[in-house]
Ligand binder design. Structure first.
Ligand code: SF4
Length: 304
């Protein structure tokens, strides 16, 4: 069957099988114009061109759910920014009525998170993933190229407010661009702000599809180095995993201090733990000194 607003199912390591809902199928409608955007560069705007009716989206979603009953997640996204969709609140209500055991996820650039009405809508969604690439205004404007009047300061304050109100799983995504937001000082500022926001998980990645402007990814080695700066947070490094390190034997106390500094994903463990260290980790798990927690679809080893 072909659909106008529904796409997928898409397989993702983090959200397993997902059906996407595109609220702007005609053209990119976004209030940012990020240097790394995989959609064509376009002047930012504050509305969705030719937005769909809620009933049309729901009608298609019902059909798609009958066609793909085994999907895990329904993702609200857009050929741009989904919080620009004026009927988002009723769309979310209608999806929640029919989604049964599926998780509802939204991917947003967080530009409107300082608005209470938007936070109230997002609170009704199981997993909210928000972008935050920089903390300093200069870096934000250079990288995300927002519509005039949008400030990263309000986005950060809005995220803090949202965390206080929201019971679901909050994921913050950082996308690193070489020479733009990959400075150690920017990352240290991000870490301090993220600790105040306290998301369930931080996804740290870089460009992996052709970007709209001439910008470049950081290396995988750099991604892991930056992840180390985000100490104390559950960081999921999003990469193909080409960067190999020599596997090490970790002692019990080394494992505990590593996990205390930064919880590690299963992939992190595979990448750097020898078989002997994995056995020690299993013992720590069995004793309850280490726990395995799933955060919005990613398993992390943490100290208890
Ligand atoms: S917020 Fe997303 S859709 Fe909008 S310009 Fe940036 S990357 Fe593209």
């Amino acid at each position: 069957m072909s659909y106008r607003y529904i796409f997928g199912p898409v397989l993702s390591r983090r959200f397993r099988t997902s059906l996407g809902i595109d609220l702007s199928p005609d053209e990119k409608s976004c209030n940012f114009d990020c240097l790394y955007c995989e959609l064509k560069a376009k002047k930012p705007k504050n509305f969705i061109t030719n937005p769909p009716k809620v009933k049309d989206v729901i009608e298609e979603l019902k059909k798609a759910l009958r066609e793909f009953p085994d999907i895990d997640t329904i993702t609200i996204t857009s050929n741009g920014e989904p919080t620009l969709y004026e009927e988002l609140s009723s769309l979310v209500d209608e999806i929640n009525k029919i989604k049964k055991d599926k998780k509802l996820l939204i991917l947003s650039n967080a530009s409107k998170i300082h608005q209470k009405n938007i936070r109230d809508i997002l609170k009704k969604i199981d997993i909210v993933k928000l972008s935050l690439d920089c903390v300093s205004e200069r870096c934000f404007k250079r990288l995300d190229r927002p519509l005039k009047g949008i400030e990263v300061k309000s986005i950060i304050e809005g995220m803090k407010e949202f965390r206080k109100e929201y019971q679901g799983e909050l994921v913050v995504e950082i996308l690193l661009v070489r020479g733009v937001n990959d400075k150690i000082e920017e990352m240290e500022k991000l870490r301090d702000v993220l600790k105040e926001i306290s998301p369930n998980r931080v996804d740290l990645g870089t460009i992996d599809r052709p970007p709209s402007y001439r910008v470049y990814p950081v290396s995988e080695e750099e991604l892991f180095r930056m992840a180390e700066i985000l100490e104390g947070l559950c960081v999921n490094v999003v990469c193909k995993g080409d960067y190999a390190v020599t596997k090490r034997d970790f002692t019990k106390s080394e494992i505990l201090s590593l996990l205390k500094r930064r919880p590690q994903t299963k992939e992190d463990i595979e990448r750097q733990f020898s078989e002997k260290s994995k056995t020690v980790l299993k013992e720590l798990l069995a004793k309850g000194e280490v726990v395995l927690t799933n955060l919005a679809g990613v398993d992390f080893f943490k100290t208890s």
